[in-house]
Design a protein around this ligand. Sequence first.
Ligand code: SAM
Length: 316
Amino acid sequence: MGKRGTAVGGGRKGAETGVAKGRKASPGSAQITRARCGKKAPARARPRVRIDILTLFPGILDSAFSHSLLAKAREKGLIDIRVHDIREEAEGRHRVADDAPYGGGDGMVMKPEPVVRSIEKARGDDGHVVLLSPAGALLDQARVRRLAARPHLVIVCGRYGGVDERVSRLAVDEEISIGDYVLGGGEPAAIVVVDAVARLVPGVVGNEASTLADSFEDGLLEHPQYTRPAVYRGLRVPEALLSGNHAEVERWRRRQSLSRTRTRRPDLLAKAKLSDEDRRNLGEMAREDAAPEGGPGQGMVYKKPRPPRPGASGKR
Ligand code: SAM
């Protein structure tokens, strides 16, 4: 690993780091431009969250955090993301970081020494160490929220057949899986974790209240969203949203949220925080579904309706 890792997006060589001393890498061009104009750059507070990512393939992550919301968050100094090459902690001329598995079998296993050394260098006093693994606890919004409340995360990306188990025993606080499937490596999972965590860091999303309305925050899926035009290819935005009546909009959204969760993710509904009115609405949806005439209610098995294609004759 380089002495203090590389602040992504700020150039790999000579990236200025050293947050602990109050200095900060320059992740985007805005600050550089101001400094060159001779104006004093605004003093920056210590980033709210620091994230160190340990990987054998830093190149995969190089541009991942340099766009859109994450780039702005780093520019504003809200998040400090650094990527470290585990291989730099491997020994020997070839810096080999993997070896054959004891007991035989296909594939290689990441050696414990370089990974543990990388963790020990990156975690400092306050680093919470996360190992990405299909065998970890499933990532959900509640877990993301807990991670976002920590000042410093160290995320370890595995590769090959995985990481020697002793790494987890010796240096990891938590193992996380992003889903019940197997990736070729932890890097895409690290991008998922960082992106989800960053949205919850105060100041990153312009209107913080909007993150509370997102899917999963109250245990439900979010309602459908629409923007202009009011009619698109024959599909009209629901009347309630065009009404200008705030209470009506809120009622419609809540009902849609309940209905979507009920049809697409009934498992979530069982654990969601529901009001008496929510329960009444759900009861109504169930009755609509059970009604013999008038066709299926909104809460039937989820199947996306396909609008007719313009110019399609209906024949194949
Ligand atoms: N042999 C391992 C197993 O069956 O559990 C899979 C190893 S996988 C090919 C290599 C690395 O990708 C893992 O060590 C882990 O860091 C990462 N990875 C793969 N799937 C993941 C998932 N669903 N969530 C988080 N990380 C994952």
